[in-house]
Design a protein around this ligand. Structure first.
Ligand SMILES: *Cc1c(COP(=O)(O)O)cnc(C)c1O
Length: 384
């Protein structure tokens, strides 16, 4: 369709032209295997190392603390299973939260089947974990705490520095899934005290199918993918050179644009939320208003079927989502909305609108206009 208005930037983002341009030569001229010793192989190797620097710079890490992976989900799997397996003979307890991405929750389920114990922390009505509950959940056997930096559905930003402090005081490794936070929030892993951090290129205007995992120097984990010695023996498989270059470029651009990016997205978000609140009755804005991703809005509309709302918006060329893209097709209420206590009749009428750099105020006006009309129409139908 021609006039697409895209408001699903938490699901994925458009690859920026500069990113694509940076990637292109590694498909055409510089296609050498980075492990090969001739010149085009070495060129690929150099490109990977430059990307590693760009990624490290964005989050305040050292270059040798960045491992490239196949996606954010792989980074999460590597962190959880890698730490669990490295400790399996001694300790077996992991703490996470109830509102994590499925890459974390499903990894935990697998680990539970293998004999590990997992505590799932509650969150309050804003989606924030309780630090006291975290303290109390820690046992002699706790090896890992994994709490997401920012939630992909409701945009709530967790108290990462405080969690890191607690983890450190008890000598426990702290991992955070920062796939939604990177490029949207200033991040310095050293300042925050994070031990491991997951990120993904396609959420920050880079290509799909490439991610990175920050692993603080001195942290030992069992590698997830066996095979060759790539990534200092931490992740086998011939590197996705072009993808990695794209991730690096996306990180460089993110770092350059961060302030403007945050300003632009939070302006659109605040405008949208305030207009919808003023103009549509019987709604509930989900997630913390203060500790919130700049581009996230998540609103429940009473008496609305979320899927019907999405289809009607789609007819107008508007892309948004009911929850996370990973859970679409599943009709049960979102585990995140359940965890923050949204009633099921409200939860089923939830619209997540996530803004991106391409969005304009005019786009948002178009969205609001159509949303008001569609919600009214759908509610009329419900009444008869
Ligand atoms: C998108 C996302 C992931 C998964 O990243 P992929 O690169 O799509 O595998 C993990 N965690 C969060 C919070 C996400 O938003």
């Amino acid at each position: 369709m021609e006039n697409i208005r895209y408001f699903d930037n938490a699901a994925t983002t458009r690859v920026k032209e500069e990113v694509l341009e940076a990637m292109f030569p590694y498909y055409t001229k510089e296609y050498g295997n980075p492990s090969s010793l001739y010149s085009i192989g070495r060129a690929s190797k150099r490109a990977i190392e430059q990307a590693r620097e760009q990624v490290a710079n964005l989050i305040g890490a050292n270059t040798n603390e960045i491992i490239f992976t196949g996606c954010g989900s792989e980074s999460d799997n590597t962190a959880l299973k890698g730490i669990a397996y490295a400790h399996k003979d001694k300790e077996n307890h992991i703490i996470t939260s109830k509102i994590e991405h499925s890459a974390i929750l499903e990894s935990c389920k697998t680990l539970e089947k293998q004999g590990f114990e997992v505590t799932y922390l509650n969150v309050d009505s804003n989606g924030l974990v309780n630090l006291e509950e975290l303290q109390n959940a820690i046992t002699e056997k706790t090896i890992l705490i994994s709490v997401m930096f920012a939630n992909n559905e409701i945009g709530t930003i967790e108290p990462i520095a405080e969690i890191a402090k607690i983890a450190k005081s008890r000598n426990i490794i702290f991992h955070t899934d920062a796939v939604q936070a990177v490029g949207n929030v200033p991040i310095d892993v050293k300042e925050l005290g994070v031990d491991m951090l997951s990120m993904s290129a396609h959420k920050i205007y880079g290509p799909k199918g490439v991610g990175a995992l920050y692993v603080r120097k001195g942290i030992n984990f069992e590698r997830f993918l066996d095979g060759g010695h790539q990534e200092k023996n931490n992740r086998a498989g011939t590197e996705n050179v072009a993808g990695i270059v794209g991730l690096g470029k996306a990180c460089e651009l993110s770092q350059k644009n961060l302030e403007k990016h945050i300003q632009h997205l939070s302006n659109l978000r605040d405008y949208y939320i305030s207009e919808v609140t003023k103009k549509i009755q019987d709604i509930k804005v989900n997630g913390s208003m203060e500790k919130r991703l700049p581009g996230n809005s998540n609103i429940s509309f009473k008496g609305i079927n979320g899927e019907a709302l999405l289809f009607s918006l789609d007819e107008k060329g508007i892309c948004a989502s009911t929850g996370s893209a990973c859970n679409s097709g599943i009709t049960s209420a979102s585990h995140v909305l359940i965890a923050i206590g949204v009633q099921s009749d409200m939860a089923s009428g939830t619209l997540r609108v996530t803004f991106g750099e391409d969005n304009t105020v005019e786009d948002v006006d178009y969205l609001i206009q159509n949303l008001i009309f569609i919600v009214n129409e759908l509610r009329k139908k419900m009444d008869v």
